[in-house]
Design a protein around this ligand. Sequence first.
Ligand SMILES: [Ca+2]
Length: 442
Amino acid sequence: MRQIICITCLCLLLIDAYSTCYVKCETIELVKNGGFEDGLSPWKSFSYSPQLLLNGTTTDFRSYSGNYSLCTPTGSGAGGAGGGAYQYVSLGQASNLRLSFRVYLVGAAGVTTSTNIAVVISFYSGDTSRILAYYVAWSKNIPIYSDFPAPTVNSEKVTNILILGMERDRWNYVERNPEEDFKRAYPSIQFDTIREASVALIAVCFLGTGANINAYWDDVSLTCERVSTPSPTVTPTLPTSQPSATPEPSLPKKTAQAPASPPPTTITQFVTEQWALPIALIGIVAVAALGILVLRRRMGLPRVGETPSAKPPSPIAKHRLLTEHEKQTAELRAAKQKLTRLTDSYAGGEVTREAYTTLKNEYEDKISKLEQSISEVERQIKTELDLLQTEEKKIQKELEVLEAKRIVGEVSDSQYQKSKAELEERLRQILDRKSSLNSSGA
Ligand SMILES: [Ca+2]
């Protein structure tokens, strides 16, 4: 097994060493942690309304790849309630920008009555900024931010684009060329003067619908092509007859990772002939060591110097819906207590009839709204529990089928162990999710 890994690594490394030396353009991922497997970092989460905090959060409830995605939640609010997350990216001398992402829309897609869900890319050049807002759901008369034009209108600084064909309750894939969109939207601005950008994912609901219209995001990617240097480790020892490229004086400060211009072909050939083999050899040792390490981990063996230990169970975080349910139930209890006190005070002659009537109407109105809202949350909890129940049954069935396959010899022992571990892990996640929802009494 180790030999196979080493040979594979050697082949990959040789291909890599040669392609590094010859390929002059490389595709660079500008978004960090676009799959949300490393928590939120370096994304910054934000809440649309300071009154109702609904920051974007990572969740293991749903993911397209890996275990996590970003959930941009929405709430009920006439001024807009929702949230999201954003991160800044350094474009440098980028060309051929390509944006792609997966989005799972719960209950809203395309043109809606009250919900905006979008990826907003802001491009910065000096003091100016220009914005492309890619909507996957829009309420055509309500701008996503108060200083933006309505979705169906564009302004000097904001261009709104509705992405059609989105479907509810499934993962949608979106791919765009923001560079082309930018050039079309802002023909008077030279794209290559843009050096920085921010990518924001956001969902907002503008009415008190109480509907569950969250969005989940995964595999967010913004790539560009940049001219690559052959190999940074050998550059300093190259013959110095060719001066290294200097940045154009008109450009703003370059970031640390901004690459230099490619050396002439003669230098590339020199690097190939003189350095490819030593680089390949160093790489082989490193990658082979890594391969063995990965293999040991896959087989469940501890790292050298590491004592095997059982993974401590992570505490089960309370589900957002459950928190909301508890909060609203407490508010309802308080409102009912106040109404009882008011009625008693009126009966005892402490409160005038007029004050009693006014406050009574207010409390009754509040109680009625809270009761409606609570029953909506309970409905959502029930829906999620039903989904989890279905998924749990499915996995149980898959486990039974797997067991049968092992008995009849259709799967090898190692395949069986691997599949079983995967299924049990999925089952564990579902049970955790159920526990996080379960004390609601819904
Ligand atoms: Ca993910």
